[in-house]
Design a protein. Sequence first.
Length: 134
Amino acid sequence: PKIDNALFAETDDKVLTDKAYLLNNIYSNKTVLMLQAKLNSPQCQEIIPTLMANIKGNLANLICGKYSNYFLTDLIKRANKKQKLEILSEIYEQMDKLANNQFGSHPIQTLVENTSSKEEIVLIINSVCKKNKL
């Protein structure tokens, strides 16, 4: 889908900096498309810390959202080690539920595929083993 540049002009700053506005609008397709475009932009690494701070505490809901899961998938692909560890730490207790959700399975799969550090791998294995008592 094509993104209307007027949408950027109206909502750019607010979506990126206003936590309440972001959380109220992130479940819409237009907002997710705008955020995905931002994540594909050269200033991607500059906006990720703000986005991470604004979605903290809401990751499980966003991962399972019909449109927001696409945003989280793109965010995970571009997150650094520290940011991925923050994501994993927040969803650790719910990872099995999220992985089995219709919309949540894709971001969880992306998280597993983009895991490279020992700390990330340990968190994922411990979450799975804890739930399955392996």
